[in-house]
Design a protein around this ligand. Structure first.
Ligand SMILES: [Zn+2]
Length: 110
């Protein structure tokens, strides 16, 4: 089954997992504002929210670029590498809850 635009819009832009709907607000002109929140424990944007506007017919309104519009992630960029390092650290923390972050970083060779 092909994914609808709304289902695509509900996915986290970082981890691509479907987000939880935390709020739906009706617009005076008939559309709705859906607030989605990423609940993925492993996502760098866990707890991050995004707002998607739908038209009265349920279709997703055209996205207006705003201050919350992010550039597509470059997987070779420093920020992406830091995110991967952070995820490795979080994973290691869950495996070794008694070690400090500094000790875990040494385990990772950092
Ligand atoms: Zn996410």
């Amino acid at each position: 089954m092909a994914e609808t635009t709304f289902e695509e819009a509900q996915r986290c832009t970082f981890c691509q997992m479907p987000c939880k709907t935390v709020n739906v607000q009706r617009m005076p002109q008939g559309g709705k504002l859906h607030t989605f929140q990423c609940e993925n424990e492993r996502c760098v944007d866990k707890g991050g929210r995004r707002i998607v506007q739908t038209n009265p017919d349920g279709s997703v309104a055209h996205r207006q670029p705003g201050p919350k519009t992010f550039e597509p992630l470059n997987h070779f960029a420093d920020v992406a590498q830091r995110a991967r390092d952070e995820l490795r650290l979080i994973e290691l923390e869950s495996l070794h809850p008694t070690l400090t972050r500094a000790e875990l970083m040494r385990m990772l060779g950092g």
